[in-house]
Design a protein around this ligand. Structure first.
Ligand SMILES: Nc1ncnc2c1ncn2[C@@H]1O[C@H](COP(=O)(O)OP(=O)(O)OP(=O)(O)O)[C@@H](O)[C@H]1O
Ligand SMILES: [Mg+2]
Length: 570
């Protein structure tokens, strides 16, 4: 007996793999139970096929709403087919519905999970690129101290490649880092790291991370403040410079421009100049003291030029250059016939200097009797020509100069004490060059310009090396000696640079001398503390090349040493 039935497939997905498997397995049950043959034919097709395998069923590609024809052959075909129909359009339907619903939920969830994953990935990427664009270095390590993440800035700051340190124990890579301490102590550690290589300064901040109270690792951030420090330092420098120039300007304001030709910034010299500038405003007698060649005459002339008498004569008498017996007539003049050879009246320097300044150089060389006459002329403000009896009223500013130890001369009765007190109204001490060696570069530059201009040749240069040797000489002849040495060197040097070979042998030998001692009592006298200070700072900076290190060695702060370096123009 053969029975046929048509069934409309209502499953959403038609007969797909899962439905086909169920139908095949049910078919096998029915076949065994009723001993029947079962066939399937898709509507509008000609093939009638046995429902034996999943392959057959799925190959038909039966969709929702399509009709299939089932035929059953056998004794119990009717019952068998009824059960098949029930199964396909009833139970299977229900089962499939459940499965499909489940599938849908599953699919929906998968979509949700997928998009959640997507957004997590997006956030991760965003964070990644944010972290890599941050200027601060970031390093993450887990609770075991294994480095799990570093950003680009971190690689840059420490000049490493992430792959060289990732997944390594921080203790093995950076045993001394504050992050190791943060890991061990589980506390926040703020510290400054100094990277030796480039003298980098890095602020490091290591924080333990706790999630729900459980320690998860350490997050460290690193801020490179080297540039900031440099900028702060430059700013400091600029401020100091401004302060310096302001002070210089103030000083220059107070100091008459006549003194600007006197080269030198050392404190000792500037104090003398300030004193001279004050003295120039009065008519008081000035005594300029200092070793030979220190610039006593220069100062005397500047005082005159800065005074109200500047348009009046500046008359100089060198007491050492004029024979003793002629000095008196030179100073006070004579009448015709005053002595043999006095053919006509001659005016003395006092008269010539009237209304102006009389500069008595080398006053220590004047003889004792003449000293009395000089004292009288100064006290009375009047003179008499030799061989005359008329007194001449004078209005003269007296400046004297000496390199002699007048106090010792007084003790030896070589210089009159009363004259000394008369002259010692405003004493101005000019420092020796060896006590202001810091001024040597300035003076050398000044003389090169002056001499080359005079000689009408191109301005020559001098290396700091050679300057260093010049600074090491003790300069017993002071600035005059330096000027002469420079004239010689400029004349002898052929090239544009003035080489050490153009200097006298006693300076050349300095360049060959090793281990020059700072305190050299054999060579010369002691220098001022300021000179020693300068020498020491200079040596330390030459040796250590950094304010930090030089400061450490000398026990000074970075700030103190940089201020000193600025002050001494190092
Ligand atoms: N501070 C200075 N700046 C520039 N040139 C200077 C300075 N001091 C001295 N000189 C120069 O050095 C030389 C010597 O100076 P000056 O004649 O004034 O010294 P002095 O103390 O009078 O010496 P002496 O005791 O031998 O008479 C001069 O040519 C002078 O122009
Ligand atoms: Mg002189």
């Amino acid at each position: 007996m053969e029975i046929n039935k048509s069934i409309v497939i209502m499953n959403k997905k038609g007969i797909h793999a899962r439905t086909a498997a169920m139908i095949v397995s049910f078919t096998n049950k029915i076949k065994n139970k009723y001993d029947v043959q079962l066939y399937i034919q898709k509507q509008n097709t000609h093939n009638k096929m046995p429902i034996g395998s999943m392959l057959v069923l799925t190959s038909l590609r039966i969709k929702q709403g399509e009709t299939i024809h089932l035929s059953c052959i056998g004794e119990n075909a009717k019952q068998a087919l009824e059960e098949m129909e029930n199964y396909i359009s009833g139970q299977i339907d229900q089962k499939m519905k459940n499965i499909e619903e489940f599938d849908e939920v599953l699919e929906e969830n998968t979509i949700n999970v997928r998009s959640e994953l997507e957004s997590i990935r997006e956030i991760k990427d965003k964070f990644g690129s944010i972290l890599n664009h941050i200027g601060d270095g970031i390093c993450l390590m887990d609770n075991e101290g294994v480095i799990t993440y570093v950003n680009t800035a971190y690689e840059k700051i420490f000049e490493i490649n992430a792959r060289d340190i990732l997944w390594k124990y921080v203790k093995d890579v950076y045993p001394n880092r504050p992050s190791v301490k943060a890991l061990e102590e589980k506390t926040n550690i703020l510290d400054v790291l100094i990277e030796e290589k480039e003298e980098k300064q890095i602020i490091s901040n290591s924080t333990p991370i706790f999630v729900n109270g459980i320690f998860k690792g350490v997050l460290s951030t690193y801020k490179d403040v080297t540039d900031l420090k440099k900028m702060m330092y430059r700013l400091d420098q600029a401020k100091e410079k401004i302060k310096y120039y302001e002070e210089e300007l103030k000083k220059k304001d107070n100091i008459h421009e006549a003194f600007h030709f006197i080269i030198g910034r050392s404190v000792l010299l500037q104090e003398s100049i300030a004193m001279a500038s004050k003295a120039a405003k009065t008519s008081a007698t000035v005594i300029v003291r200092g070793e030979s060649g220190t610039g006593k005459e220069l100062v005397a002339k500047a005082i005159h030029d800065a005074s109200q008498r500047k348009k009046e004569p500046f008359i100089k008498v060198n007491c050492a250059a004029i024979p003793e017996n002629l000095l008196e007539s030179e100073l006070f003049g004579y009448e015709k016939g005053a002595f043999t050879g006095a053919m006509k009246r001659k005016m003395g320097k006092f008269e010539l200097a009237n209304e102006g300044t009389l500069f008595l150089d080398e006053i220590g060389e004047m003889n004792y009797t003449l000293q009395a006459k000089l004292l009288r002329a100064i006290q009375e403000k009047e003179i008499e020509r030799l061989g005359g009896n008329a007194t001449i009223k004078t209005n003269i500013r007296i400046i004297v100069a000496t390199n002699k130890n007048l106090e010792e001369m007084i003790a030896n009765h070589e210089f009159r004490e009363d004259l000394y007190y008369r002259l010692n109204v405003i004493p101005i001490m000019i420092p020796s060059l060896r006590n202001r060696k810091g001024d040597i570069p300035l003076l050398v530059e000044h003389f090169i310009k002056k001499i080359c201009t005079q000689e009408n040749i191109k301005i020559k240069t001098i290396s700091s090396e050679v300057l260093k040797y010049l600074e090491e000489h003790s300069w017993p002849g002071n600035i005059r000696e330096l000027e002469n040495v420079m004239i010689r060197a400029i004349t002898l040097s052929e090239g544009e640079a003035i080489e050490i070979e153009s200097f006298p042998s006693y300076i050349q030998s300095i360049s060959k001398r090793k281990n020059t001692k700072l305190i050299n009592l054999v060579e010369g006298d002691l220098a001022t503390m300021e000179e020693y200070d300068r020498e020491i700072i200079k040596l330390a900076l030459e040796k250590y090349k950094s304010f930090n290190k030089a400061g450490q060695i000398l026990g000074l702060t970075h700030r103190t040493i940089s201020l000193k370096a600025k002050k001494y123009k190092l």
